[in-house]
Design a protein around this ligand. Structure first.
Ligand code: HEC
Length: 131
């Protein structure tokens, strides 16, 4: 089954939404990017990776440089909507380390990512795709 999927993927363009960005990275950044991509897998059950869909969470496209609660039409908690946090590498890292520390009472139900290196890879990956 996996073999069939991989075959179908390699035959179709656009199957990997990140192939273009990945191609522009040097080998060590590419490895880091792929580690971050793997670390981001659980995010996609609630966040649309590349589109504008409102899922359980808001789409994250264009995240960096925005103030928390920036997606129009998404039903944020008032804590997230009114938070002055501006998203950059540092705040995203702190948010993922414990979503409830940075923005108390926000509604993102996600366990703290305790491993600093995994967080750094994920933040690097998002920095590449969302800048
Ligand atoms: C169980 C669903 C769920 C998962 C899994 C999840 N999120 Fe969220 N996320 C949310 C919700 C819901 C919000 C909005 C929270 C609020 O309004 O209080 C949110 C908000 C955010 C925001 C703030 C966006 C903004 O508009 O300002 C960021 C950044 C974010 N999530 C990143 C992530 C990352 C990175 C991951 C994976 C490591 C992740 N989320 C996993 C549900 C989720």
């Amino acid at each position: 089954m996996l073999g069939v999927c991989l075959l179908a993927c390699s035959a179709l363009t656009g199957c990997d939404p990140f192939s273009d960005v990945r191609a522009g990275l040097n080998p060590s950044d590419r490895e880091r990017f792929d580690r971050g991509l793997r670390a981001a897998t659980p995010c996609w059950s609630c966040h649309d990776p590349t589109g504008d869909a409102l899922k359980i969470g808001p789409p994250l496209r264009g995240l960096f440089g925005q103030t928390a609660g920036f997606v129009k039409g998404f039903p944020y908690s008032s804590e997230m909507r009114e938070s002055p946090v501006e998203w950059d590498e540092n705040t995203l890292d702190r948010f993922l380390a414990n979503p409830q520390w940075l923005i108390p009472q926000n509604r993102m139900i996600f366990a703290p990512m305790t491993d600093a290196r995994t967080r750094a890879d994920l933040v690097f990956f998002m920095g590449v795709i969302y800048r």
